[in-house]
Design a protein around this ligand. Structure first.
Ligand code: WT7
Length: 638
């Protein structure tokens, strides 16, 4: 194993050291020493964080129960509810008068909520759901645009002890339907529509389409929050306007007392094979992990305005828009719109106008904005910014430097946070006191023992590519795949079953200083603009079109989006490919999965490269698409 060093004189490559001022101001100035301490005794370390950051309704008996690995349990015997810590407890302190959420709409609407107001809104929403029969253990599917009622709906669900499954508003009706069915949600919360670049995305229509399938037999009530005010179809008895249901409803609601290991939410994410899997997070450990990571990494101070520009519908939004900031009593900024609408200066104007101190976004957004030139950021005063963040895919050094120099004014450290839906929170990340290297997520977080290993489990040498693994459990880890524990074991715990390590699906290397560099996915997951897609999902969508006999899709590197999708299709006997059909197939995938899954190129072929056992060799398609040597083709059948 490579021993990490952050000793100024010994470090290799291009290193950005934190200023003395940054170190002096940091929430955790002794972070590097603390990492050593936490690694030596992670259980004692997490015990301290759990007590220091959260209020437990009843204390836990045991920090970690590893008797049934890999089904680890944390803080067992403890009684808690995230909403108790995120909202209820703040009502007794000065935090209640502070802004919890500042929301700006795409059309310039502004809505702000103090901690007291947000608590009242969430209570009211919870009472509405209770009125529809939602109770502890039920699942609620949420399919909304980026409006304040989205976090409110999430918090209200948890308040009742129910389990939410948020489906990102950019997903198709087919994707929504399969997620509703898998989670068996009797209640769906949606919007009439969402604003996107001045146009209305008709969410209610998409939801109606989803409910015209088998999913419609599961859902009994649909709650519709009105945002765009266009005409929608209505099924009496099933569909309810939120403004009707909430009219005159009490703003006080008891918080359900939960066990630490009770289910808290499900979030579907793509994997190598088959349908997206419902990753389950539970009540206790998730709170401890997200609150600790946000406090240490983004160094949030009471007076800060913090902006995580992700969508609440992804794990980034769950953990670092909706939950951790409220646990810490921070002020969250949420913007409804896209970064380049009405023009590419909007984000920078918002930062100036609202005095944003921390900005957390994705490389694809940074590259997209960089393209429009420095004049846009230069037209706004960005001096309020103190810290920047990046997530979703590796950030190329060119984009890193633009972000650092032009947006951060050479003064703001960039937190390049590597993590996954399954990890609940940041895993490999700097904090403001850690020396940075552009493109590296630096070191594993306190209490996280990550490594890069060979297939036999031995640690790689410096700069040798290998499998990224996590060797010991952590509180924020996923507990299972909803309804499919075997799949949980198979996907994450079977590659290094003998050692009992978590397999991330990523390849990486560590450099001479022990710094981690993520290379990319080793499986059939493709990251498009930071969004996670499985080849299987896109292939299933192509295959559902009558003319397509078989298909294979690959990710091809793209300057702006990280990767784009290329699809190879074999048509049914006697049919000929054409530009017209390619356009139809692109639209079909867009409709079946969502806009992010749309292939940028479709090639019609007569056959696909396969192994003798019939597995498609996507590696060969990729090598060919990139004009690279094909490598070992000894297993190729045709
Ligand atoms: C995959 C997880 C977790 C929030 C968003 C994505 C890639 C994520 C980084 C980063 C390099 C990254 C990995 C990972 N990834 N962050 N900072 N540097 N790669 O969550 O959709 O579950 O995707 O995203 O490949 O496995 P997700």
């Amino acid at each position: 194993m490579v021993a990490p060093t952050t000793n100024q004189d010994d470090m290799h490559g291009e290193v950005y050291f934190p200023s003395a001022e940054t170190i002096a101001q940091a929430n955790v100035p002794n972070y590097l020493a603390l990492r050593e301490e936490a690694l030596a005794d992670p259980v004692a370390y997490w015990d301290k964080r759990a007590k220091e950051l959260l209020d437990w309704i009843e204390p836990y008996d045991q920090v970690l129960d590893d008797s049934n690995a890999p089904f680890y349990k944390w803080f067992t015997g403890g009684k808690t509810n995230l909403v108790h810590n995120a909202l209820d407890r703040h009502q007794n302190t000065a935090v209640r008068n502070k802004q919890a959420m500042i929301w700006v709409g795409e059309n310039g609407d502004v809505r702000t909520f103090s901690y007291r107001q947000l608590w009242q809104e969430v209570n009211r929403f919870a009472n509405v759901l209770k009125g529809l029969g939602v109770k502890k253990g039920d699942t609620v599917t949420i399919y909304m645009g980026r409006v304040p009622e989205l976090p409110m709906a999430m918090l209200a669900t948890l308040k009742l002890g129910a389990v939410h499954s948020v489906v990102y508003g950019g997903f198709s009706s087919t994707a929504l339907a399969s997620r509703i069915e898998d989670a068996q949600s009797k209640v769906l919360i949606t919007c009439d529509g969402a604003w996107l670049r001045g146009k209305v995305i008709k969410l209610k229509d998409i939801a109606d389409e989803a409910l015209s399938s088998e999913a419609g037999k599961v859902v009994e009530n649909v709650v519709v929050y009105q945002r765009t005010q266009h005409e929608v179809n209505w099924i009496e008895g099933r569909d309810h306007w939120y403004h009707d249901l909430s009219d005159g409803v009490s703003k006080v609601c008891d918080t359900e007392v939960m066990d630490s290991e009770d289910p808290q939410f499900i979030l579907y994410t793509s994997g190598t094979t088959g349908r997206p899997k419902g990753v389950l997070h539970t009540c206790g450990g998730y709170q401890v992990y997200t609150a600790t990571t946000l406090k240490y990494v983004f160094d949030v101070k009471p007076e800060d305005v913090y902006w995580c520009a992700a969508d609440p519908g992804w794990i980034t939004g769950h953990s670092y828009i909706v939950y951790a900031p409220l646990l810490l009593g921070a002020t969250n900024f949420i913007y409804e719109g896209a970064p380049n609408f009405p023009d590419p200066g909007i984000w920078w104007r918002l930062i100036e106008e609202w005095g944003i101190n921390i900005l957390y976004t994705a490389p694809t957004a940074i590259r997209g904005l960089m393209r429009f030139g420095d004049e846009h950021p230069n037209a706004s005063d960005l001096s309020s910014l103190r810290l920047l963040g990046s997530v979703g895919e590796p950030i190329n050094p060119e984009a890193w430097k633009w972000y650092y120099n032009v947006i951060g004014g050479e003064r703001c450290p960039i937190m390049d946070t590597w993590w996954q839906t399954e990890t609940g929170g940041f895993m490999i990340t700097p904090t403001p006191v850690v020396p940075l290297k552009p493109g590296s997520g630096t070191l594993p977080f306190t209490g996280i023992s990550a490594d890069v290993v060979r297939p036999d489990g031995t640690s790689c040498d410096a700069n040798e590519d290998g499998y990224l693994v996590v060797k010991t459990p952590w509180p924020g880890m996923a507990r299972t795949v909803w309804g499919d524990p075997d799949r949980f074991v198979d996907v994450y715990w079977s590659t290094f079953a003998d050692q009992g390590w978590y397999f991330t699906g990523d390849s990486a290397k560590r450099d001479e200083d022990g710094y981690f560099w993520i290379i990319g996915r080793m499986d059939d997951v493709i990251k498009v603009s930071g969004y996670r897609l499985g080849t299987a999902e896109v292939e299933a969508a192509l295959g559902s079109y009558p003319d397509v006999a078989e298909s294979a899709v690959i990710g091809v590197p793209d300057e702006l989006r990280g990767n784009v999708i290329h699809a190879y299709c074999i048509l049914n006997q006697g049919l000929e490919g054409s530009d017209e059909l390619a356009a139809i197939l692109k639209k079909h995938v867009r409709h079946e999965v969502g806009p992010i899954a749309m292939p940028s190129k479709i090639t019609f072929v007569d056959s696909l490269p396969k192994t003798r056992s019939g597995k498609i060799m996507r590696r060969l398609l990729k090598a060919e698409a990139m004009g690279k040597p094909l490598g070992d083709t000894s297993t190729l059948a045709n």
